[in-house]
Every structure is written in structure tokens, then in C-alpha cells.
Ligand binder design. Structure first.
Ligand code: ANZ
Ligand code: ZN
Length: 824
């Protein structure tokens, strides 16, 4: 039997006709399994690197189906956003046409790989029947004041002509085009995700089936720190400079203050005419530097003295106030107390500008002082020195006691800060969901009433980025009616970040054809949380954080009743080719269509799952693909042998030479394989080891055949099990074989095989243990134990040990499965 693409087509059509993967949301929820793969940006056709994601998801879905679950495995398109728009601009066609064309193409690809989606649930985020609900969620947030607009310094990409979220700035450059990012002050829309910081952090505990490192990344991103906000009086003034510190134990070593250039105190000294030209120069220089707090560690430290001093509230010393480029706005208070002896950044700065360094913490169990000409900082916690009444306290004790002291004295206040920022959701781009707000001269900012949704994206001719949203080009779109006073108003022209679209799509699949609500509560409560989410680790922070936030918000609104959307998460590794991530620009892309035409979908699917642990990166090798192709042919040849038995009548063995152990070993191997493959899939989806165990079973079957015929029923049983176990990975040939050996239902409605415990039980035997030729004891061993284990067991016997208390045994001899003989 030869495997070819014909077999793929035959079974894909069959699944379609049977509606095998269709789910009835109302009826099928009792044993539900929601398997979700992160939906793609339809900005280009898929290569084998993308395929890994879908093939893994499909193996999970099919395996669960064979276990009797009603599996919901839906697919859709994250169709708005920059990639599609940039591509469209490049190819000079409308982003919508480009996107829809890509969707058709990708869908065709996914179908040709035999991925078992329920296409009836398909969603497309750029179509009005989806984005009207994205706008609806915006309105819900707006009503709760969780969507708001403010002037904010933003990261601006001059080339993409758009605002970027901090997370889209990588090392000071635009994530998409690598242009250096600058800062601009603009009125922007935000979602107040910071209100949920504590819950987003706390609930990470519930995510026990997420990879630990993803939880850690989320934890770091939220970045909770507990500390004190200390007030430093400005010398000769009423001004108080408030500084957030997590190391209040180092207060006696604070020798200067550093401010961000945008701190109000700076305006204060500029407006009062106190500031010299060097301050203005410094400000204009650092103003343009990008703001991402995540890149702060390594910047070249620069600053300028303001000429003003503050009082350290504990030591009462006068300390200089500086402006410094390493102080962030938007974190803490934008002013910091600097302790150069114990903070590397402050240390570098102090060294550069000749500021004083005072050690106030030393290591525990060590009276080492760092000395005056410091070469290193001591950043760890330890024991306080030169800190008046707090000297001798450990850092831990001092943190508590100094904080309490400060609260009592009115010097400072305990405080919790988060690194998490509010989510900037507005984009000055065309290809996104319009923000449903209008501006009225009389009534100001007004939300569009729910009944008026969707606010349709207008047709425009010009969607090239200019810094202003292209929506301003449509006069018709711009004109709106104020919902409050009925007069003419102007529409908001910004569109939403695509991460808003993808923050709730997993809910829409459940009710994708409902035109009255975004999702039906009763149904999402039954089908969610998602049982298994599969996707790339590049979404470990943003997409997952935003989805968790929106889900919690919707729960608070009483729209659903589960606090986390994704119960279990699997992050797959990348496929590497010639040492690099596959990409068109590098020219190292492997096109799946070519492979499928030549080898069939199952060869590609099998190889993708076999190439290594699915959570790790793996290198694409054509020999590996050929190896999988050969394996499939070899497995299929067993079916040919079985058919020959049928026609030649050689099905029964010559009963006189019934060779029990040969057949028995094969059956044992078969049951062991069922158990191992099941364990591998139940664990962390170890597809590669599962597949290699099936390969071993095929090998042993050939070995068994080389020793003579196998009873037809036995061979049929083995072949059946081989293809049942392969079915989640190679569904097309598995269906074909299933039919050939006489089953008239799809292999996916048959049950996953179960192993027979009788075959797995280890055979035990009792053997005598001799000491100098005389039987002294009998021990029970497993027949499969290696020699060393049997000897160990013999020597461990109490009755045996008695015999050589004085002289150790000279020799221990084991005669396989018969006796142990000990010679003294
Ligand atoms: C004094 C000090 C001494 C500090 C010491 C650290 C070590 P996390 O854990 O990230 O919250 N900091 C506060 N606000 C800042 C801002 N806007 N820009 C830059 N740095 C800022 O870090 C809090 C620490 O980061 C604070 O504690 C402050 O420096 C600095 F031996 O205060 B520390
Ligand atoms: Zn009005």
C-alpha cells in the first residue's frame, strides 16, 4: 500500500461530509474539552514553522476525541493590525482585500494538513460582526472608568507613524521596523489594567498547569514592590520631594537625590528663573530618549546638578538634587533617593560626578568595611552600620522598624508599587476597530450608545500613515451626532490596538453566530475555561496578561463566572532552519505545500511532532522528514502482509510448533506501548517519545514475523493498535488502515486503546540461593531483573547474610532464572 496525497483528500472530504469535528454547543457540554490554538495574523501564508502550532493542537484535539470527549477545536483570524496594514501598503491593495485573500489561502493550507477544526465557529476580528463586540467591551470599560483618555508621553515610531506600547519597543527600537523610537506627548486612550495588578498577580497561583517560566514572566511584568515613600524637604523652601524606595534600610546612606526631567520640581526651578542654561540643555537632550523601563539597566548615565539641596530626614544632612537620565517618569514618584554605596546605578553616577559615597550596610558575619575609595557596591541586604539607633539591625528588621518610625514621625508612608502600566490602546492607524467615542463642542467626550454599534470602519482611499489617523480622511465618518444634545459632533479617529481584539476571542467562538450578544453566558460558563491553550512563548506576557485582565473584568461585570480563561497552557518551541528562525527575509522558509504534494500531510505532521520535545526549538532536517516517510511506509507494509494472510489462507499457525514466547513477547510489547504512549500524552505532551515507542512496536512486529507466521487475529490486533496510536499524529493513513481492516466507523469515534494489565504484570519466579553448594534460602525475583539486581537481593537475605559475617563472599554466581550460588 502506497501513501499519497489522494488518501489525504479522501479522508478530509469524509470528515467534512460526516461533520465529524462539529460541536453542538448546547448539547455537547457534558464531557467537554476546549482545545485552543492561538489564532494567526493572516498577513502571509504559513510555513512549517507556523505548522508546528496547529499540528500540536490537532494531535491534542484528536487524542481527546478518541478518549470520548466532545472536543471543541475552533479557528479564526486575528485580522486587524499593523502587519496586515504594512503588507497592504507595500502591495498597494486595500488591507481588507489583502487580509481576506490571505485568510482564504491559509484556510486552504490548514485544511490540506487535515487539521480538525469546527469551521462553523470561525471568527474574523476585522469583520463588523466581531468588532462591534470589541467596541461593546470598550464601552463597558468606559462606563466603569477603566477606559480613559489622557495626555501622555508615548513611544513614537517615526517610520510606522504610530504610537507603540512599551512592550513593542525592543532595546529602544520599534519592534516591527527597528527604527529608533522617540517620545511624544499625545492624547491617548488607556485601559486601566493597573486596577487589576494585585489580582493578576495573586491568581497566578491558580495556574498550576502553566509552564513555570511563563508565570514567572507574568510576575516580573506586574513587578510588585513594597517600600516607603519618603519626603525630603527642599532646603530653604516648603517643597517636599517624595521618593519611593524599596531599601529604606539604606536611608542613612542617601547622599543625593535624582529626578526625572519631567518632575514638577524642575518646572518649579525653571519658572522661578533659578535654572541655568545647562539644565535646559540637558532636558532637551534626554527628552528624546526612549522611555521603556525595561531597557534602563544599561544606559550611559548622565545628569546635571540643579543647584538646590534637600535634607535627608534621618541624618539632617544637606544633599544635592540632580537631574538624571536613569530616573523614570511613571514609576514611583519620578524622584529617587540615591545610595551609591548600595545601588549600582547610583554608584556609577556618583563616581562620574564625584558625589559622596557612604556605606551603611555590611554583610552579616563580616565586619568588612568597603573603605573610602570604593571599587564595588554592596547591593545585598546585611547588617546596618552608622545608622544611629538602627545600627546593628539586619536589613529585614530595619526595613520594618524604620518604616514604622517614619510613619510615626510623618517622614514617610509605606507603599506598594507595580511596574505594570496602564494599557495604551489607541493607534493612529486605519486597520483596527474604531474607538466608539464622539466629541461634542457642548458636551465634550461622549460614548457612542450601545445600540449604535458597530461604528463601521469607513472606506478610505488614503490609509498611509501620516501621524494622524487615516480615518480623518473620511468626512462622512468624522461627522456624528452627539448622543447627549443631538448636535453635530466629531468622531474619535483612533483605532484600537489588536491586542484588544485578541483579548476576548476565545469567548466569541462559543457564540460566533449570535447577533444579539458577544457571548452567551450559560454557554461560556459550560465550555470555559479553555482546557488546553497552545501557542508561542512570544505571547507569554502581553496577550496572556490582557486576556486575563479582560476576562476578570467581564467576570466583575457579571457576564461570566470564571476568573481565569486558560486552565492549561502549552508553549511550543520554534522550528529552526540553518541555525535561524524561519523567515521569508532570511530565505530559509520551508513551504508545507511542497512537502504535502510530494509526501502527503501525515509525513509532515509526523516529522513535526517527532523532531524533538515540542516545547523546545528544533532544527528542520530533510533526512528527518525522509525517515518519517520511510517509517510510515514500513508500518503500512504490515497491512499488506495482513492482506496476504487473508488471500493465502496462511492465517493459522501450525499448532505443533506453537511458539508461545515469541507471540507473547509481541503482545506484551503492544500493551506496554499502549501504556507508554498514553502516559507520554497525558504528561507534558511528549509526542516525540510516544512516536518512537510506536516505531519500536513496528520493529518488534517485523522481528516477530522473521521468526515465522503470526496468527492472523494477533497480527490484525497489533496493526490495529499501531494505527490507533498513530491516529492523532497521522490521521489520514490511520483512517485508511482502519477501513481496510474492516471497521465501518471513523477511527476517531472508536476508543483509544487500553492496555491489558495482565501483560504488564512482571513475571515473578522463586529461585534457590546456595552457599558453598548448599541451599540456604529461596528468594522471589522478577524474571526481567538484571544480574546485578538478583545478586543484590540474594545478598540482602537475612538467612544468607548469617553465613558470611566473618569472611566476605569470594564469588557470587547467577545462573539466569535458575539459581544464585555464593562461594565463600
Ligand atoms: C534607594 C535604594 C537604595 C534603592 C538601594 C535601591 C537600592 P523596584 O524593586 O524596581 O521597585 N527607583 C524608584 N523609582 C524609580 C524611578 N522612577 N526610576 C528609576 N529608579 C527608581 O525598585 C525600586 C528602587 O528603584 C527604589 O529603591 C529606587 O532606588 C529605584 F541600595 O531607593 B531605591
Ligand atoms: Zn453634545
Amino acid at each position: 500500500m502506497e501513501y499519497s496525497k489522494k488518501i489525504d483528500t479522501k479522508w478530509q472530504n469524509y470528515w467534512d461530509e460526516q461533520g465529524l469535528f462539529k460541536v453542538n454547543i448546547k448539547q455537547d457540554s457534558s464531557r467537554k474539552y476546549y482545545c485552543l490554538v492561538m489564532f494567526p495574523y493572516p498577513s502571509s501564508e504559513l510555513h512549517v514553522g507556523h505548522a508546528r502550532n496547529y499540528v500540536i493542537g490537532d494531535a491534542v484535539a484528536r487524542y481527546k476525541k478518541m478518549q470520548g470527549f466532545s472536543v471543541l477545536n475552533p479557528m479564526g483570524w486575528d485580522a486587524f493590525g499593523l502587519p496586515a496594514e504594512n503588507q497592504a501598503i507595500k502591495h498597494k491593495i486595500h488591507p481588507r482585500d489583502w487580509t481576506l485573500k490571505n485568510i482564504i489561502r491559509i484556510k486552504e493550507q490548514l485544511k490540506s494538513w487535515g487539521i480538525s477544526y469546527d469551521w462553523a465557529k470561525e471568527i474574523t476580528t476585522c469583520l463588523p460582526d466581531y468588532y462591534r463586540w470589541t467596541q461593546w467591551i470598550f464601552l463597558k470599560l468606559y462606563k466603569k472608568k477603566l477606559a480613559y483618555r489622557r495626555l501622555a508621553p508615548v513611544n513614537w515610531c517615526e517610520s510606522c507613524k504610530t504610537v507603540l506600547a512599551n512592550e513593542q519597543v525592543i532595546d529602544g527600537e520599534c519592534e516591527r521596523c527597528s527604527t529608533a523610537v522617540v517620545q511624544k506627548n499625545l492624547k491617548q486612550w488607556f485601559f486601566k489594567i493597573t486596577d487589576y495588578a494585585e489580582r493578576l498577580l495573586d491568581d497566578l497561583k491558580l495556574l498550576r498547569e502553566w509552564p513555570e517560566r511563563v508565570c514567572l514572566m507574568q510576575d516580573n511584568w506586574i513587578g510588585k514592590s513594597e517600600g516607603v515613600e519618603i519626603n525630603f524637604p527642599v532646603d530653604d523652601s516648603d517643597y517636599l520631594l517624595s521618593c519611593f524606595t524599596t531599601r529604606v534600610d539604606t536611608i542613612f546612606g542617601a547622599t543625593f537625590i535624582a529626578l526625572n526631567w519631567s518632575h514638577p520640581f524642575v518646572d518649579n526651578i525653571i519658572n522661578s528663573g533659578f535654572a541655568g542654561p545647562e539644565i535646559r540643555e540637558f532636558i532637551s537632550k534626554v527628552k528624546g530618549q526612549s522611555l521603556s523601563p525595561r531597557i534602563l539597566g544599561d544606559i550611559q548615565k548622565e545628569g546635571v546638578f540643579t543647584g538646590k539641596f534637600a535634607i535627608n530626614p534621618m541624618t539632617k544632612e544637606k544633599i544635592p538634587i540632580w537631574l538624571a537620565n536613569y530616573v523614570l517618569t511613571g514609576y514611583g514618584t519620578g524622584a529617587i533617593m540615591c545610595v551609591p554605596a548600595h545601588d549600582k546605578r547610583d554608584f556609577d553616577f556618583a563616581l562620574k560626578y564625584g558625589l559622596s559615597v557612604k556605606q551603611v550596610v555590611k554583610p552579616i558575619n563580616d565586619d568588612q568595611r568597603l573603605g573610602h575609595s570604593l571599587e564595588k557596591v554592596f547591593e545585598n541586604e546585611g547588617v546596618l552600620i552608622d545608622s544611629e539607633q538602627f545600627s546593628g539591625f539586619t536589613s529585614q528588621e530595619a526595613k520594618k522598624d524604620i518604616a514604622v518610625f517614619m510613619e510615626e514621625e510623618g517622614i514617610g508612608k509605606m507603599r506598594v508599587n507595580y511596574k505594570l502600566r496602564d494599557w495604551l490602546v489607541s493607534r493612529q492607524r486605519y486597520w483596527g476597530a474604531p474607538i466608539p467615542v464622539v466629541y461634542c463642542k457642548q458636551c465634550g467626550e461622549q460614548a457612542v450608545p450601545e445600540e449604535q454599534l458597530p461604528v463601521l470602519l469607513p472606506e478610505v482611499e488614503e490609509f498611509l500613515p501620516t501621524g494622524q489617523s487615516p480615518l480623518t480622511h473620511s468626512q462622512e465618518f468624522m461627522k456624528a451626532i452627539c448622543p447627549c444634545c443631538g448636535r453635530e459632533a466629531q468622531r474619535e479617529t483612533d483605532t484600537m490596538d489588536t491586542f484588544v481584539d485578541s483579548s476576548w476571542y476565545y469567548l466569541r467562538y462559543i457564540s460566533s453566530d449570535n447577533q444579539n450578544v458577544p457571548f452567551v453566558r450559560e454557554d461560556v460558563d459550560k465550555w470555559l475555561p479553555v482546557d488546553q491553550y497552545v501557542g508561542g512563548v512570544e505571547h507569554a506576557i502581553l496577550h496572556l496578561m490582557y486576556s486575563r485582565f479582560i476576562n476578570k473584568f467581564l467576570m466583575d461585570e457579571g457576564l461570566l463566572s470564571f476568573s481565569e480563561p486558560f486552565k492549561r497552557l502549552f508553549t511550543q518551541g520554534m522550528i529552526i532552519k540553518d541555525g535561524a528562525k524561519m523567515s521569508k527575509s532570511k530565505g530559509n522558509v520551508i513551504a508545507p505545500d511542497y512537502i504535502i504534494d510530494k509526501c502527503g500531510a501525515d509525513v509532515m505532521r509526523l516529522y513535526i511532532l517527532f523532531m524533538g520535545p515540542a516545547q523546545k526549538d528544533a532544527e528542520w532536517q530533510d533526512e528527518g522528514l525522509q525517515g518519517c516517510r520511510r517509517f510510515i511506509q514500513r508500518a503500512l507494509r504490515l497491512v499488506d502482509i495482513l492482506k496476504e494472510y487473508d488471500s493465502s489462507g496462511a492465517q493459522t499457525l501450525d499448532s505443533s510448533k506453537k511458539d508461545d514466547s515469541r507471540i507473547n513477547d509481541l503482545l506484551k510489547k503492544m500493551h506496554l506501548t499502549i501504556k507508554d504512549v498514553t502516559d507520554d500524552l497525558e504528561g507534558d505532551f511528549q509526542f516525540n517519545t510516544a512516536i518512537s515507542k510506536i516505531m519500536e512496536l513496528v520493529n518488534q512486529t517485523y522481528k516477530c514475523l522473521s521468526g515465522g507466521n503470526i496468527e492472523q487475529q494477533v497480527l490484525k490486533n497489533v496493526v490495529d493498535v499501531v494505527f490507533l496510536l498513530l491516529a492523532p499524529f497521522t490521521p489520514h493513513i490511520s483512517e485508511e488502515v482502519n477501513q481496510i481492516i474492516g471497521n465501518d466507523v471513523s477511527i476517531f469515534v472508536r476508543s483509544w486503546p487500553e492496555s491489558d494489565q495482565d501483560y504488564l504484570r512482571e513475571e515473578t519466579i522463586e529461585i534457590p540461593v546456595l552457599v558453598n553448594g548448599r541451599v540456604r534460602d529461596r528468594i522471589v525475583i522478577n524474571a526481567s531483573w538484571p544480574e546485578s539486581l538478583v545478586k543484590e537481593a540474594a545478598l540482602a537475605s537475612e538467612k544468607i547474610k548469617k553465613n558470611f559475617t566473618e569472611t566476605p563472599p569470594k564469588k557470587v554466581i547467577y545462573v539466569d532464572k535458575k539459581i544464585v550460588n555464593i562461594v565463600l
